[in-house]
Design a protein around this ligand. Structure first.
Ligand code: MGD
Ligand code: MGD
Ligand code: SF4
Ligand code: MO
Length: 726
């Protein structure tokens, strides 16, 4: 071996670590057949393409090297220009943190203790499917198929294990399904209401922008591969503005941080419109040709003068005026949103107001000008949905969709007709991620509820299951990774055999379909065949790209005609083809006070933000991984010095944040990153792993946002608490 070969790169080091860690821990519980050969003779290395499965706008391409059935090297695929060979910190050690983690579930489990107690015994797949199938048949016979709820979400956002097979299964059953409202439930319908699409400026075209507002999005942390484009634009002369009630990692880097009170974006955007119109900075030609409702809007925003807006948002009048003028004169101006703007009661209208701004000033006319939001429509057009979306063509359909935000209410509602008698939870950890967790807990404790969870770990939610089935991880199954934040499509090849008795979600649904007597051909299709059929597409975005190409290259960028100026001349996706300032039901975006109860107003004076503010967790994923948890330290609360002084709180003190729903024990961090009257706690910690056994969503409310199109989004941030020293 020459010196060059001998050099251990960081990537190799991490992955050698992964290998030894896994061998060390798994050897005690797994037969050697699973670990592969233990001899040290040189063996062939195979390389596999893959994609990160997390619900994340970046969807990073990766490469995995395998020897003797074990992962020996893992890292980002350098060839992909967008994700550029760099995975974020939480995913660098993914094989040992998740796939080879000693706590990984590797056999089906049946509950033997009380619900939530966490006492289980191993059971064979055959027996578990038999028992679940029999109980399911009985539930359907007694209460109807609608009493069965499919609660699948985006724990993996790769298409097959996310939903392809489960959608077929629950459509065939005519079950109830959960509406995916917890993330995007307000921003997406709101943008569609105004622009008829969530697609706007392409991620890479940000480099052409000269005024960039990152509005309620923490790019540096939540969308790390977009950040280099922000920096490139800045280098070319762009000014970077962040609108965020918290001094986020991104806000710290901004040229100008606007720090409004939470949930007041709608007033700020309407105030900007007021100034833009008053100052004559509108693009009248664009408005006349490509928009509708301007007359009503112009009248409406008169009441959003800088002084009134200043009172609502808690911002200086001059800042509102300056922001409006700079934005209108930006050449071109770009607004970037994701979901931070939506998680409050005004979230739908906040998005609508912001989505109107580019048409008011004609920002869409130039490359890099307009709104940048989500890109999921690209895979919606490009892939072969005739085949993938088989469930849409089934003669049977799910009977009802229920909002994910109110899972606790759904499980506890005696008037729901029919009531939920069985729940299948996969790709989701609602005990940690859904609001009002103590109500969810009460629901999952119901003895008459058949709960089935598919998981990698015994999560806070899985503990309440009657049966837990071990799911494969992204290293062990086929999949297709599309993206909602960029323009690449990926294939995910299984790099290693499933550990233990783990099976892909798709296989669970195939087996249960068989047990239920569902004989349709679609339940026999293999995952590999589904991947093949997805790329059997004539869409021009996939010209020259088929299954063989994907097998060879792993990823491809959609062949979108460029320059991409989707709304240079209108062409909005709305019914009128125009940007609709006023909704078809004649609604203009407006600021509304949140209807807090008298108790909330009198006893809980602080507004609590619970945001994705950790380095190592992805929502609640990875929060059970010790070295990542150690990096975060103890669960903490950011509190302004004024609020701390009023309560005699010192830095590092142990606090209790509480309200009528729950109480959380955590550590004080006195900081000016948050405004007086607002406190902030990171979201993602598992309650059972923190002192006191409660975390962010034990406090949050399950109230809905203003836009109700899909059942209402989540207003996590409209939460009031009191804070005391313990
Ligand atoms: N590291 C990391 N990355 C992630 C995730 C993760 O858990 N960890 N999760 C992924 C997921 S599921 C998603 S949806 C995306 C989300 O990515 P983003 O859309 O960036 O959303 P958040 O991180 O939820 O919130 C972004 C910012 O919104 C701010 N905010 C809160 N309330 C308001 C408000 O009323 N107005 C405004 N203007 N800002 C407000 C918060 O302070 C926060 O800094 O990130 C993805 N990426
Ligand atoms: N307070 C507060 N709450 C929030 C948010 C917030 O900002 N504040 N953010 C919200 C947002 S934006 C989102 S998207 C939601 C996310 O909410 P969840 O979807 O519940 O997200 P995770 O916590 O990541 O849980 C995903 C689970 O899926 C499992 N999983 C991953 N891959 C697979 C697989 O292939 N098969 C199976 N069976 N399981 C798999 C993981 O182990 C993990 O336990 O949380 C929301 N909750
Ligand atoms: S979580 Fe997001 S940024 Fe991190 S590796 Fe996955 S896709 Fe990339
Ligand atoms: Mo999300």
């Amino acid at each position: 071996m020459d010196k060059k070969e001998n050099k251990i790169t960081r990537r190799k080091f991490v992955n050698l670590g992964a290998k030894s860690y896994a061998s060390l821990h798994l050897a005690t519980i797994l037969p050697s057949s699973i670990l592969g050969s233990t001899s040290h003779r040189p063996t062939k290395t195979s390389t596999f393409h893959g994609v990160c499965y997390h619900d994340c706008p970046d969807s990073c391409s990766w490469k995995v090297e395998v020897q003797d059935g074990r992962v020996v090297s893992f890292g980002g695929d350098k060839a992909n220009p967008f994700t550029a060979g760099k995975l974020c910190g939480k995913m660098e050690t993914f094989p040992e943190d998740i796939t080879y983690h000693p706590d990984r579930l590797l056999t089906p489990m049946k509950r033997i203790g009380k619900k939530g107690e966490g006492k289980f015994e191993a059971i064979s797949w055959e027996q578990a499917i038999l028992e679940v199938g029999d109980q399911l048949k009985e539930t359907i016979a007694r209460h109807g198929s609608e009493s069965v709820l499919s609660h699948g979400y985006m724990g993996t956002q790769s298409l097959i294990q996310k939903s392809v097979m489960s959608s077929r299964f629950f459509a065939r059953m005519e079950a109830s399904v959960i509406a995916h409202t917890i993330c995007g439930g307000a921003v997406i319908p709101a943008n569609f209401e105004v622009n008829g699409t969530a697609m706007g400026v392409l991620p890479e075209d940000m480099v052409h922008s000269r005024y960039i507002i990152l509005w309620g999005t923490n790019t540096k942390k939540s969308n790390v591969h977009q950040w280099p484009y922000v920096l490139k634009a800045r280098k070319a002369g762009a000014k970077i503005i962040v609108v965020d009630p918290f001094v986020s990692a991104t806000a710290k880097e901004a040229d100008w941080h606007i720090q409004p009170l939470p949930g007041t974006d709608v007033a700020l955007a309407l105030g900007m419109m007021n100034v833009i119109i008053t100052e004559g900075l509108v693009d009248q030609d664009y408005i006349d040709n490509y928009t509708s409702g301007y007359k009503d809007l112009k009248e409406h925003v008169k009441s959003y003068d800088p002084k009134s807006v200043s009172n609502i948002c808690g911002l200086p009048e001059e800042d509102i005026i300056q922001l409006a003028k700079e934005y209108a004169n930006g050449n071109p101006s770009l607004i970037r949103i994701l979901v931070g703007i939506e998680h409050n009661y005004n979230g739908g209208d906040g998005t609508r107001a912001v989505a109107i701004l580019p048409s008011l000033t004609g920002a869409w006319r130039k490359l890099g000008g307009g709104l940048m939001h989500m890109t999921f429509e690209m895979s919606g057009r490009a892939l072969n949905w005739e085949r993938l979306g088989y469930h849409d063509r089934m003669p049977t359909k799910p009977k009802r969709a229920l909002s994910m935000v109110q899972i606790g209410q759904l499980l506890n509602n005696p008037d729901l007709n029919p009531a939920i008698k069985s729940i299948f939870i996969y790709n989701s950890n609602p005990m940690v991620t859904a609001p009002n967790a103590n109500l969810t807990k009460k629901g999952l404790e119901r003895e008459d509820l058949l709960t089935v969870v598919l998981e990698h770990f015994m999560t806070e939610t899985a503990k309440y299951a009657d049966y837990v089935f071990p799911a494969t991880t992204q290293l062990e199954h086929w999949d297709i990774g599309d993206s909602w934040g960029q323009l690449y499509i990926n294939i995910n090849q299984p790099a290693i055999a499933p550990l233990g008795e783990a099976k892909p979600n798709s296989e669970f649904f195939r087996l249960l379909a068989k047990k239920m007597g569902y004989t349709e051909e679609c339940f026999k299709e293999s995952d590999k065949d589904i991947v093949k059929s997805a790329f059997d597409s004539n869409h021009p975005y996939l010209e020259g790209i088929d299954f063989d190409y994907m097998q060879e290259n792993g990823w491809a960028r959609y062949k979108i005609p460029e320059p991409f100026l989707p709304h240079k001349e209108g062409n909005f996706g709305t019914a009128s083809g125009k940007c609709e300032f006023i909704s078809p039901s004649s609604r203009l975006p407006a600021y509304k006070d949140v209807a807090y109860s008298e108790l909330e107003k009198s006893d809980f004076p602080l507004q609590l933000l619970t945001i994705k503010n950790t380095k190592g967790f992805h929502n609640s994923s990875h929060a059970n991984v010790k070295h990542l948890r150690q990096k975060e330290g103890r669960l903490w609360l950011d509190i302004h010095p004024e609020d701390a002084n009023a309560r005699n709180i010192q830095n590092g003190d142990e606090l209790m944040a509480f309200n009528q729903r729950g109480k959380v024990i955590l550590e004080a961090k006195i900081t000016k990153r948050i405004r007086p009257g607002v406190v902030c706690m990171p979201h993602g910690y598992w309650p059972s792993l923190v002192k006191g056994g409660q975390a962010s969503n034990n406090l949050t409310d399950d109230r809905l946002t203003d836009i109700m199109l899909w059942g209402g989004g989540a207003a996590f941030q409209d939460c009031r608490v009191q804070v005391v020293k313990t």
